[in-house]
Design a protein around this ligand. Structure first.
Ligand SMILES: CCCCCCCCCCCCCC(=O)SCCNC(=O)CCNC(=O)[C@H](O)C(C)(C)COP(=O)(O)OP(=O)(O)OC[C@H]1O[C@@H](n2cnc3c(N)ncnc32)[C@H](O)[C@@H]1OP(=O)(O)O
Length: 356
């Protein structure tokens, strides 16, 4: 249902002379519903941002992206114990939660069509993250927002996003979806790990490392299209293709599905730029630096999405990747660009710990 909402001061005929503050919702030009201001929350659409749904029963990634409202345009996110982390707050969590925060501040008929973000400081997983949203502009069809993620008074991450109402217009798609096996024909990460533990083509030292490494399943199911018997010590082309979908069922809200796609985009994509440089004994410190996405078409992130990643270049310790996400019908849903920092590790120094 679409409606027009406006604030008015009402003098209710025959009741009293008092002025009542109310929200007026015009359903059609002929009928009008008067709702007392104190019940205006009823006008909020059912969405992840206001859902009654219990956090325990929702999809794990929806739980990770959940924000508590603190005041108008200020939200708090936390890092859950079983959320992906890399010694610091996972970049995808920052992008996903920040997109959730800005989406909350926009008219629900507008959805994000592009976002651009910088990772400024490594986030501390043990303290909450405060998201402060700035409303830059609200137009008829577009809206623009900025959000800063803050820990201990420091801005650790910043994101700009633009939103648009649905609009009919020209369409084309010149990029075909590559031909890849269907998700059903591919192994899950858990099955792949089991297979690697016993694969005689892999060095015993590598298999032992896989067996002893702490394995926390990700909230996103991933199926690599070209699983090869290579290790993180073997050179390979700077590209990657995998199917992904959120584990569990996500709430039916396009904004949430875009946040989940943004979360997933930071998981393994920029690693593709390291593929040609891998070698035995190489220890590197890696971090995502920035993250840009264009959302072309609606996405269902709890249904299989193909992510096609390519790194055209690496230079100055920065690996650059481009990515495209397709649905199973081959429609291009999202275009993605990212840079990551990859430095040969200097012993006893680590760039990945929080410096707050
Ligand atoms: C070929 C390329 C491949 C790329 C692959 C990328 C894959 C990415 C995959 C990501 C997947 C995961 C996705 C994620 O979730 S990553 C999480 C999201 N990203 C972040 O949190 C990044 C946040 N941003 C920052 O921390 C800063 O902006 C950085 C660090 C980027 C620059 O900020 P700044 O300009 O201030 O920094 P600096 O250049 O002076 O250095 C900072 C510190 O580092 C030390 N330091 C310097 N050199 C080395 C070294 N070799 N070995 C060890 N340490 C070294 C240096 O001494 C200093 O330490 P200290 O003196 O302060 O104690």
């Amino acid at each position: 249902m679409s409606f027009l909402k406006t604030n008015v001061n009402l003098r209710l005929a025959g009741l009293s002379n008092a002025v009542h503050h109310a929200d007026v919702v015009a359903l059609t030009k002929l009928s009008c519903l008067v709702l007392p201001h104190e019940h205006s929350a009823l006008l909020q659409p059912e969405s992840i941002w206001s859902a009654e749904k219990s956090l325990e029963t929702c999809s794990p990634v929806e739980h990770i992206l959940h924000l508590e409202p603190i005041e108008v345009d200020t939200f708090q996110g936390i890092t859950l114990p079983d959320a992906p982390k890399f010694g610091h707050v996972f970049g995808g969590q920052l992008v996903g939660q920040a997109l959730a925060a800005v989406s909350k501040s926009v008219d629900c008929l507008k959805v994000v069509h592009s976002s651009h973000a910088y990772f400024l400081l490594a986030g501390d997983v043990n303290i909450p993250i405060i998201y402060k949203v700035k409303r830059l502009r609200d137009g008829k069809s577009f809206a623009t927002r900025k959000v800063d993620a803050i820990q201990k008074g420091n801005v650790i991450f910043t994101l700009l996003a633009s939103f648009q109402k649905e609009e009919l217009g020209f369409q084309h798609q010149e990029v075909p979806m590559p031909s890849v096996p269907t998700p059903d024909e591919l192994l899950s990460m858990e099955e792949l790990r089991e297979q690697r533990l016993t694969d005689p083509r892999l060095p015993r030292t590598y298999r032992n490392k896989v067996a002893t490494a702490k394995f926390i399943p990700w909230p996103i199911e991933i199926r690599f299209c070209e699983p090869s018997p290579s290790t993180n010590q073997t050179k390979s082309p700077p590209s990657l293709k995998f199917w992904f979908r959120a584990k569990g069922k996500l709430s039916d809200d396009e904004a949430l599905h875009r946040c989940v796609a943004a979360f997933t985009a930071d998981l393994v994509s920029v690693h593709a730029s390291m593929n040609p440089h891998r070698q035995r004994g190489l220890k590197i410190d890696v971090m995502s630096l920035d993250h840009s996405m264009w959302f072309h078409r609606p996405i269902r992130a709890d249904d299989w999405v193909l992510f096609v990643i390519f790194s055209p270049t690496a230079f100055n310790a920065r690996g650059f990747v481009t990515g495209q996400m397709f649905n199973q019908k081959g429609e291009l849903l999202i275009s993605f660009f990212q840079e990551g920092l990859g430095r040969k590790r200097i012993p006893k120094r680590s760039a990945t710990n929080s410096k707050l």
